[in-house]
Write a new protein. Structure first.
Lengths: 168, 163
């Protein structure tokens, strides 16, 4: 009887495996949550920012749909982070860098039936100390970041070209 | 005595239950089952307009009113082709000798297509259209699609509620 009890309490391979799985899961969760929440902990500021996303060389036929997204929530299409609210939308003619055979010089040309789209987005963000990088709902944003735009009436690939803090 | 030992709830049972619950939760997230369930009561559909560029003009014969198109990668029904679709000589943007680009149309038998599909799905509260209640699409989506006759890649230009 005593022997049997001792046998039951023995730490075996299955126990080791279970312990290892639990530790891995805890470590993974800690990594996900602690890493994100501790983004630049020392000296972080939560600020309101306005940033501009540029979609280059978009078809003009998409302009109307893109323009309907003002006051709509912007989501990162890749990881589903909430990236703020679109405050303004405008377009500029798409311009191609080209070459004139007549003058032998580099020149530019409008790209017919294409425009650059600009979304001005406002969001609460955490600024990493002494940098121009911001964390928005887990998404790390800086000038040059690629953002896969998911809006109710438009989707596309954009790049962040400008970030301004509007309040502290 | 031995029966009691067999019935005891132990750590392995707990781990198995956690894993099963985790799998179910994962599957629910993956297939957005909540949205599917939700969509059954609110499915209202949309007219999804698209642009298809630079196909062979002979391929025009493979598009017919009522054709059903599916997303190539996910086997979700995109919609049925409505009448009124049209073909135009394919747009080309060519550079002149002064370096300026001009729009021309293809002289080599290539075509662009403009059409609309009647799609099944629902509009979320945010305004997003969810195809079949699960798959987000919007203007700008580039989708590989197929019907019984043809396989192409289209760009969605508008998603409008069915009036």
């Amino acid at each position: 009887m005593i022997k049997q009890n001792n046998k039951k309490r023995r730490f075996n391979v299955v126990d080791l495996l279970i312990t290892a799985i639990i530790l891995v899961v805890i470590a993974f969760l800690a990594y996900i949550f602690v890493f994100n929440s501790s983004f630049g902990t020392a000296g972080d500021d939560t600020v309101t920012i306005q940033y501009v996303l540029e979609v280059k060389d978009a078809y003009d036929m998409l302009t109307e749909s893109a323009a309907k997204n003002v006051d709509k929530e912007l989501i990162d299409a890749a990881a589903k982070f909430v990236l703020g609210t679109v405050k303004e939308f405008y377009t500029e003619p798409a311009v191609l860098s080209t070459y004139s055979h007549e003058t032998g010089e580099a020149t530019t040309s409008d790209y017919p039936e294409h425009s650059n789209f600009y979304f001005v987005v406002e969001a609460e963000a955490k600024r990493e100390a002494d940098t121009n990088r911001y964390m928005l709902d887990g998404f790390e944003l800086s000038v040059g970041s690629r953002v896969y735009v998911r809006l109710p009436y438009y989707t596309g690939t954009s790049y962040c070209i400008e970030i301004n803090e509007i309040t502290k | 005595m031995s029966n009691k030992a067999k019935l005891r709830f132990n750590a392995i049972d707990l781990v198995i239950i956690i894993l099963v619950v985790g799998c179910i939760a994962g599957l629910a997230l993956r297939y957005q089952l909540i949205n599917v369930i939700h969509s059954e009561s609110e499915s209202n559909g949309a007219n999804v307009s698209f642009y298809l560029s630079n196909i062979r003009s002979t391929s025009e014969n493979y598009f017919n009113e009522g054709d059903t198109f599916y997303l190539a990668n996910e086997d979700i029904e995109l919609g049925t082709l409505l009448s009124g679709f049209r073909f135009e000589p394919a747009a080309q943007y060519n550079m002149r000798s002064d370096g300026k680009y001009v729009k021309t149309t293809a002289a080599n038998g290539r075509s662009d297509m403009f059409g609309t599909l009647k799609a099944d799905g629902r509009f979320a509260d945010s305004g997003e259209f969810l195809l079949s209640g699960t798959k987000y699409i919007a203007a700008g989506s580039e989708l590989a699609v197929y019907s019984n006759n043809v396989e192409v890649t289209v760009i969605i230009t508008e998603v409008a509620p069915i009036a």
